[in-house]
Design a protein around this ligand. Structure first.
Ligand SMILES: *[C@@H]1O[C@H](CO)[C@@H](O)[C@H](O)[C@H]1NC(C)=O
Ligand SMILES: *[C@@H]1O[C@H](CO)[C@@H](O)[C@H](O)[C@H]1NC(C)=O
Ligand SMILES: *[C@@H]1O[C@H](CO)[C@@H](O)[C@H](O)[C@H]1NC(C)=O
Ligand SMILES: *[C@@H]1O[C@H](CO)[C@@H](O)[C@H](O)[C@H]1NC(C)=O
Ligand SMILES: *[C@@H]1O[C@H](CO)[C@@H](O)[C@H](O)[C@H]1NC(C)=O
Ligand SMILES: *[C@@H]1O[C@H](CO)[C@@H](O)[C@H](O)[C@H]1NC(C)=O
Ligand SMILES: *[C@@H]1O[C@H](CO)[C@@H](O)[C@H](O)[C@H]1NC(C)=O
Ligand SMILES: [Cu+2]
Length: 789
């Protein structure tokens, strides 16, 4: 997921409105209107039993904190981000510090009656001082009162002081402006060469001679001592990341003084030079192998409808879902609380990690305290410096900060309920309108089905629909869109799924790249890369926090049976065999692995709560997708993502170990703010409040079918949490989404427990009328800073 840093792209998206469009119809109102004449729009209303204590800081809360921080009595000497440079103090971000789990559970259980006090985590760039650093603060109570104070935030969330130097710092507006200044200065000095070799040149974002865009690889920082990396040049367009022109330049961006920054090396068409001067001499003397120029006519990169005739049947509208009796789920939009059949849960987001769910209950019993994405790696392969060294840790760019509007009828089914989310970044509170959708969906297949018969000529078929409730969001991080679903099934199963779509970060094609992937266009190579995600699953199986993790291995076993059971002709070898299970409990915090051939299973269970047959009630954890990053211990990310080399880990819950990664890990690889390995320090997990951490992902070997965009159905990975000995029997028999048809001696007896009601659905109301608000691009607001895409 590359980050473009060129205003040329920003100019192409002029017209984007950052303001929330007020006056759009309330989602509940709209949903009611979509229903058939049988719908009862009030039937699914719900009120959260408790206030959502995890929900993002509201605009009022964040704005209150900004006012508090700017007060002269604070002595922070802050500059508004619009007016800030990298030599000023300015606010990086403000977000909620989620309540301690013990406080949250106490509040959920009814005592105390009032929610835990809210506190904000504030990151401030102290770049106006001699040794520029960014620091972390705790501000509260929030909303701000005259009791609100500010104090350093350290061991409450981190194991050590998270203060880091400028070189590990944020990729925010002023920092990008600094880098752009240096890149523009350098590129203007070699415009004669780039015009000649590439047919393009760059003079800066607002110079109308500029015809190039660029992308800065990550990481740039490592241990705080320097900030160094390669920049990739591209044809400016929406599909810039699949239009690399074959030029890459290394920059030393160490410190916040641009007079000390410089270009360090040049790569062009699989040749490289240690300096700009060496590059110029080679060009002057003609000692350079010219590469193919990349055309700016690149309609093949367009995501618009193109590519030949539409099949006749595809010209007709495809199937859409209808809820004949109206919505069957309830959403308390104020508290972001959802209720559907036996399920209830709360929704929250944060800037780095996007949507998480809290206090998930089934039939009034908590199953999961928290589930959410922690980090997503995109690590590239290549023979050019940019592709070779790129390891994006996408929490840095921010899943929550990049949530965007979902399109009804396309991104999500018609009639979905939409929620907004908020982030505070670069001193502004952004509203991400309609960025979370909740909807019910007919998977179109049965969850349970059987036909039986033969007794006295009778037969019977039973079929139950697999209808799911989905919470969907899409985070667009640069060129890639992550489609993230939480899916609830009737029987108690939760599915977490991530798909990727959007543009590749592809390479300039030279035959040197052939061992890193495939040529996918004229001058384009699809570099192989790994997508590796880390998911936190804090299960509270059977409603409490005394859980264990059971390991079950399915193995071959000897069958000790008498000779006479089978004739000797049935025996092969000496000992007959069968299969069986080997059970054990994981004793201490540790990293675990799925075995080859899926023979190892893990079940989070509650040994104090047994089912009717004396087995502990549990939830099985199933990961679908790859297990680990190929080069998770790569030199390019050193200590920043140790979890990427584990399949699954189990730890004891600690508020100081709330997240397995931190957004600033991206630029502080050697000494990351959070090193997941530190969590695994040998505490007992048998009968503890355990948290499981699951690695998911896909090895992406792009091919021509990724042009122009990667397809979501195969760029996909998922996690399933499913009841295991949890209930005394599976729960779908209670569902009325069932039909039974018996044929007794030729007489049919059909019982449909939720028969189709007789009513009308007016499809006119399905027309898409919601205004498209556009990308919430927090960088466009920065007059001094170029946009990061
Ligand atoms: C930015 O600086 C200008 C000129 O000093 C000032 O008028 C403006 O209020 C400042 N903006 C903010 C948000 O403080
Ligand atoms: C406040 O910061 C500005 C730079 O933004 C700096 O010039 C000034 O000296 C600082 N003032 C104090 C009192 O530190
Ligand atoms: C703080 O605010 C409260 C309520 O607004 C007020 O009663 C109290 O006097 C204030 N205290 C101070 C020290 O300003
Ligand atoms: C480019 O900018 C220059 C200086 O601002 C101006 O004189 C010129 O007309 C502009 N050219 C175009 C093609 O817009
Ligand atoms: C041409 O460039 C190559 C490396 O790019 C270098 O080894 C060689 O000495 C150069 N030849 C001349 C004549 O400069
Ligand atoms: C028809 O099937 C239903 C559901 O199994 C059953 O309750 C009912 O008794 C059956 N009726 C007859 C006439 O067999
Ligand atoms: C369907 O809805 C549209 C728009 O609300 C209305 O104009 C039309 O009369 C309706 N059609 C029927 C058959 O009710
Ligand atoms: Cu990919």
């Amino acid at each position: 997921m590359p980050r473009l840093t060129s205003l040329l792209l920003a100019l192409a998206t002029v017209g984007v409105t950052l303001e929330y469009v007020h006056g759009r119809r309330s989602t509940l109102e709209r949903r009611a209107e979509l229903q058939s004449t049988c719908a009862d729009p009030t039937s699914a209303s719900v009120t959260a039993p408790r206030v959502n204590i995890w929900t993002d800081l509201s605009k009022e809360e964040s704005d209150g904190v900004i006012g508090f921080l700017f007060a002269s009595t604070r002595g922070l000497n802050l500059t508004a981000v619009e007016n800030a440079t990298v030599s000023d103090n300015y606010i990086h971000s403000i977000e909620l510090i989620r309540p301690k789990k013990a406080d949250a559970l106490a509040y959920l259980s009814g005592a105390p009656a009032t929610p835990p006090t809210r506190y904000a985590k504030v990151v401030i760039n102290h770049f106006g001082q001699k040794d520029p650093v960014f620091k972390f603060y705790k501000v509260g109570p929030v909303p701000v009162t005259n009791k609100t104070t500010i104090s350093p935030l350290t061991t409450e969330m981190y194991k050590a002081d998270p203060t880091r130097s400028f070189n590990c710092g944020p990729g925010d507006g002023p920092t990008f402006a600094l880098q752009d200044f240096v890149i523009s200065r350098t590129m203007a000095s070699i415009a004669d060469i780039t015009d000649d070799l590439l047919g393009y040149s760059y003079y800066g974002p607002s110079d109308n001679r500029s015809t190039l865009a660029y992308e800065t690889a990550a990481p740039l920082g490592r241990d705080g001592k320097d900030r160094f990396g390669w920049v990739n040049f591209q044809v400016p367009s929406a599909g810039a990341t699949i239009l690399p022109v074959g030029l890459q330049i290394a920059f030393d961006f160490t410190g916040n003084d641009p007079s000390k920054h410089s270009a360090k090396g040049v790569w062009y068409n699989a040749q490289s030079w240690p300096s700009l001067d060496a590059f110029r001499s080679a060009w002057k003397s003609g000692n350079i192998t010219r590469g193919k120029k990349v055309s700016s006519e690149a309609s093949w990169t367009s995501t618009s409808k193109q590519g030949g005739p539409t099949p006749a049947s595809d010209s007709k509208k495809g199937p859409v879902g209808v809820s004949p009796n109206g919505a069957r789920y309830g959403v308390d939009t104020t508290n972001r609380y959802v209720s559907w059949n036996d399920w209830t849960f709360y929704i929250a987001t944060d800037g780095a990690r996007g949507v998480a769910l809290f206090a998930i209950e089934y039939a009034g019993e908590r199953v999961v305290y928290e589930i959410g994405l922690q980090e997503a790696i995109a690590q590239y392969a290549g023979n050019s410096p940019v592709q070779l060294s790129t390891v994006y840790l996408d929490a840095y760019y921010g899943f929550g900060r990049n949530l965007n509007q979902l399109l009804e009828g396309y991104d999500v089914p018609y009639g979905a309920t939409f929620l907004d989310s908020w982030t505070n970044y670069d001193g502004h509170t952004y509203i991400h309108p309609s960025s979370i959708a909740i909807f019910e969906m007919d998977t179109g297949r049965p969850i349970s089905r059987h036909i039986e018969g033969g007794f006295g000529g009778s037969s019977k078929v039973t079929s139950t629909k697999d209808i799911v409730l989905v919470v969907r969001s899409i985070a667009t991080i640069g060129n890639y869109d992550y489609i993230i679903d939480y899916m609830f099934h009737f029987d108690g199963t939760i599915e977490y799924s991530i798909s990727a779509s959007g543009y590749l970060q592809a390479a300039y094609y030279t035959d040197a790249e052939d061992d890193k992937g495939f040529r996918i266009h004229d001058v384009l190579h699809g570099s192989m890369h790994d997508h590796v995600m880390h998911i936190k699953v804090d299960l509270d199986v059977a409603g409490d926090t005394t859980n264990s993790l059971e390991e079950i291995n399915v193995v071959q076993m000897d069958a000790n049976i008498p000779e006479y059971w089978f004739p000797s002709s049935r025996r092969v070898g000496t000992t007959p065999n069968t299969m069986g299970i080997k059970r054990s409990y994981v004793p201490t915090e540790t990293a675990l692995s799925w075995s080859e051939n899926g023979q190892r299973m893990f079940i989070a269970s509650n040994r104090n709560k047994k089912n009717k047959w004396g087995e502990p009630r549990g939830y099985r954890i199933i990961a679908n997708g790859i297990r680990q990053a190929i080069t998770g211990k790569s030199q390019w990310m050193t200590n920043a993502a140790k979890w990427a080399k584990t399949d699954l880990a189990v730890t004891v819950q600690k508020d100081s170990e709330s997240y397995s990664s931190d957004e600033f890990n991206q630029e502080s690889n050697n000494k990351p703010l959070v090193n997941f390995e530190d969590f695994l320090d040998g505490e007992s997990v048998d009968g503890a409040d355990i948290v499981t951490w699951v690695t998911l992902g896909m090895h992406h070997v792009p091919n021509t079918q990724d042009i122009p965009n990667t397809l979501a159905h195969t760029a996909h990975t998922s996690l399933i949490l499913t009841p295991f000995n949890y209930f005394d029997s599976e729960q779908t028999r209670r569902s009325a989404q069932t039909i039974e048809v018996a044929n007794v001696g030729g007489v049919l007896n059909t019982t449909e427990y939720s028969p189709m009601p007789t009513c009308f659905v007016n499809l006119t109301s399905y027309a898409v009328t919601e205004p498209f608000i556009g990308l919430v691009d927090y960088h466009n607001i920065l007059v001094k800073g170029p946009r990061r895409a």
